[in-house]
Ligand binder design. Structure first.
Ligand code: 6PG
Length: 480
């Protein structure tokens, strides 16, 4: 091909390949480079007749691109600490001497937002432009239209906008991509998206576990999720859960899910979310429970041993099946609202601290399509922030306030039913605990303050004295 390419991509793993095919299908010519040339050759050979250029060297790759060059890196990043350097840094180092002023480098992987900020600064010093873009949607999303969360200078976003908008998913004609904010804002928001993804997945698993313990067959549970996907809880994760539960193992005819070992993996974004929440003193107890549930699941040997030592009640659920389905529906829906309220609270807090000027309603709107957490109810979140951009907590928006009020009886019954039967529901109960704590006019922290003052003279405020005045009591000595 003699003409220069509009876009270049480095890293032909599954996500990279699918993104290339997506960009090409929108009318752009794409150059590709992979460290192992055989992968590039195979990829090009597999897609004849497409506007693709396979480069054997990085020099050839860079030369094949029209200026300002737009190069997306899709390699795995694992740097977290400031001093860490990973594969993304290695590619950037190799690119720098080959690039010209104003060329754009995009990191489309799940990079830690602080490394994105470091790279943004570093490339700016070299006269180059950098975008840290969260890309969600898995393989299928990458091919057909992902949700994209780009961060970096607004002027660089303007250059990338036509390509990003054309390759992203569309909902009601609107592209699922906006300029999130400067610096690491895009990767930050993608990280929280993943934390929320963890929460959604765990809540669904808790619902499944209750049904299983109540004697539902896997096919019956599959039907529950498939039905839910036609209602207010319609979402990609509910949909794939129904489909996954339906799937039979060709060898044995058993539902494949029942043959899968109950040890969950994780690549780190959930844990990063927890660390960030702790740093910002924001409660994300549902996501926390979800991450911890994965950790406990992975300790299979310890659990098997403990199952023989630690006792619990015998499961005895006699609730009518249809009634239980409705109750669990409500518990799941309410818990999901709490999880989003917490995740958005963290985004809001961090956005303010970093001065990113984040628009929560628009962020929710680009999660309506393409990404893993896409769901019908995200429209409601967008509406809530459109009505009140200053909303202090999602739970307080009229729609959600009403939803939590209507679902809470069933939510409480499900948490107590599970607890009485010894079925773990860490995310359902963490969500309910947050709801009850947040709405409590008075919490037992008065006693906590007394304890602190007792052993450490940390002082306390009084209900009958002006705020900001601190007191200390001479408590009795207890060490004889
Ligand atoms: C997405 C996903 C994706 C993520 C995996 C890994 O939005 O497309 O979040 O980016 O890499 O789902 O998550 P684990 O931590 O579960 O491996």
């Amino acid at each position: 091909m003699s003409q220069k390419s509009d876009f270049g991509l480095i890293g032909l793993a599954v996500m990279g390949q699918n993104l290339v095919l997506n960009v090409e299908s929108r009318g752009f010519q794409v150059s590709v480079f992979n460290r192992t040339t055989a992968t590039t050759d195979e990829f090009i050979a597999k897609h004849p007749g497409k506007k693709l250029v396979g480069a054997k060297t990085l020099e050839e790759f860079v030369q094949s691109l029209a200026t300002p060059r737009k190069i997306q890196i899709m390699v795995k990043s694992n740097a977290v600490k400031d001093s860490d350097r990973d594969a993304v840094d290695a590619v950037i180092e190799q690119l720098i001497p080959l690039l010209e002023k104003d060329d754009i480098v995009i990191d489309g992987g799940n990079s830690y937002y602080l490394t994105t900020e470091r790279r943004d600064k570093y490339l700016a010093e070299k006269g180059l432009r950098f975008i840290g873009a969260g890309v969600s949607g898995g393989e299928e999303g990458a091919r057909k239209g992902p949700s994209i969360m780009p961060g970096g200078p607004a002027s660089t976003w303007e250059v990338m906008k036509p390509i990003f908008e054309s390759i992203s998913a569309k909902v009601d004609g609107e592209p699922c991509v906006i300029h999130i904010g400067t610096g690491g804002a895009g990767h930050y928001v993608k990280m929280i998206h993943n934390g929320i993804e963890y929460g959604d997945m765990q809540l669904i698993c808790e619902a499944y576990n209750i049904f299983k313990n109540a004697g539902f067959t896997t096919d019956e549970i599959a039907k529950v999720f498939t039905d839910w996907n036609d209602g207010d809880m319609q979402s990609y994760l509910i949909q794939i859960t129904g489909k996954a539960l339906e799937q039979k193992d060709p060898e044995t005819g058993t539902p494949i899910v029942e043959l899968i070992v109950d040890k969950a993996g994780q690549k780190g974004t959930g844990q990063w979310t927890l660390l960030n929440a702790a740093e910002n003193a924001v409660v994300i107890s549902t996501i926390n429970a979800a991450v911890e549930a994965r950790i406990l699941s992975s300790k299979k040997k310890a659990r098997v041993a403990a199952s023989k030592e630690l006792t619990g009640p015998t499961v005895n659920i006699t609730t009518d099946k249809a009634e239980l389905v409705q109750k669990v529906h409500d518990a799941l829906y309410a818990s999901k609202v709490i999880s989003y309220a917490q995740g958005l609270d963290l985004i809001k807090t961090m956005g303010e601290a970093k001065n990113w000027g984040l628009d929560l309603g628009r962020i929710a709107s680009i999660w309506r399509g393409g990404c893993i957490i896409r769901a019908r109810f995200l429209n409601k979140i967008t509406d809530a922030y459109r009505e009140n951009a200053e909303l202090s907590n999602l739970m307080l928006a009229p729609f959600f306030k009403d939803l939590l009020s209507k679902t809470q009886q069933n939510w409480r019954e499900v948490v107590s039913l599970a607890t009485l039967n010894g079925i773990p529901v860490p995310a359902f109960s963490a969500s309910l605990g947050y709801y009850d704590s947040y709405r409590a006019e008075r919490l037992p922290a008065n006693l906590l303050q007394a304890q602190r003052d007792f052993f450490g003279a940390h002082t306390y405020e009084r209900t009958d004295k002006p705020e900001g005045e601190f007191f200390h009591t001479e408590w009795p000595e207890v060490i004889g």
